[in-house]
Write a protein that binds this ligand. Structure first.
Ligand code: ZN
Length: 155
């Protein structure tokens, strides 16, 4: 029986992500797939929407606005932080991405500027404000187990 992608499906996809200029920003490694639980906010809403109703073997292509992707770019998320709040401030470099934990889950901060005692970081997601072009194919669709559904992720 062919299974259509919907809530509580475990889906494996290959993907290539490009920006408006056609530059490749990310891609699944050759022969590998990304596996996620559909309907559990494991991937961005726009891509989930595009994949709904498709089946294993289908190809997909989607143009996703920031609203359905990683959100609009918010200038207020550029913040100045005293460098003594970084455990390894002397190793920071402009362009570096730092990962950390906030009350609302994992965050990525990009170092924008380093001045005496002050580090400017950008807390926007690196793909915020961008229109995303996804394409790939669906390798597998299966029903999630009870445990996977209750945990909200794939085992
Ligand atoms: Zn689990």
């Amino acid at each position: 029986m062919t299974m259509m992608i919907g809530p509580n499906c475990v889906v494996s996809i290959s993907y290539k992500l490009t920006n408006d200029q056609g530059e490749v920003l990310d891609a699944s490694p050759e022969g590998e797939t990304l596996t996620y639980l559909h309907g559990a906010a494991g991937i961005i809403p726009g891509l989930e929407k595009e994949l709904t109703g498709k089946t294993a073997g289908d190809d997909y292509k989607a143009v996703i606005t920031p609203e359905d992707g990683y959100g609009e770019y918010r200038p207020e998320l550029i913040q100045q932080v005293p460098s003594d709040q970084f455990p390894n401030a002397d190793q920071l470099q402009v362009g570096m991405q730092l990962t950390g934990q906030s009350e609302n889950g994992p965050i990525v901060a990009t170092v924008k500027d380093i001045a005496e005692n002050i580090v400017t970081v950008d807390l926007n997601h690196p793909l915020a404000g961008m229109t995303l072009h996804f394409e790939g194919s669906i390798a597998d669709v299966r029903e999630a187990t009870e445990e996977e559904i209750s945990h909200g992720h794939v085992h």
